[in-house]
Design a protein around this ligand. Structure first.
Ligand SMILES: [Cu+2]
Length: 117
């Protein structure tokens, strides 16, 4: 089940906090790999930037003690991540834009966002 309701609130919170983390994406073998870590009921960083119109991979590490369901309704991905596990999510090229993701097991967790530019 997708979770979009908090998108605007999350975006405003991120903007207000000025916590715009850029260059989280690193290049390995020519491919963009972005990483995000879940711990303490939050995604870190809360915002990732990736190149638009290029495939990329997202490595999601769950460093928390509970399972999460990494879900991006916008990017059509939904994967369970067990405690201590790192998963690799292959993403299709994304048009420039703002794509949210969340823990679909717990909607009290603030959404994260991927900015394709
Ligand atoms: Cu879901």
């Amino acid at each position: 089940m997708p979770c979009r309701k908090k998108t605007i609130l999350t975006f405003l919170a991120v903007a207000a906090g000025g916590v715009l983390a850029f260059s989280q994406a690193v290049h390995a073998n020519g491919a963009t790999v972005a990483t995000v870590r879940f711990s303490g009921d939050r995604f870190e960083p809360a915002k990732l930037t990736v190149p638009a119109n290029q495939p990329f991979t997202l490595e999601v590490t769950n460093a928390d003690k509970k399972a999460i369901e990494f879900e991006s309704f916008d990017l059509h991905r939904e994967r369970v991540v067990r405690p201590g596990q790192t998963i690799t999510v292959y993403m299709a090229p994304a048009a420039p834009g703002h794509y949210t993701f969340c823990d679909d097991f717990d909607h009290s967790v603030a959404e994260g966002a991927i900015e394709a530019r």
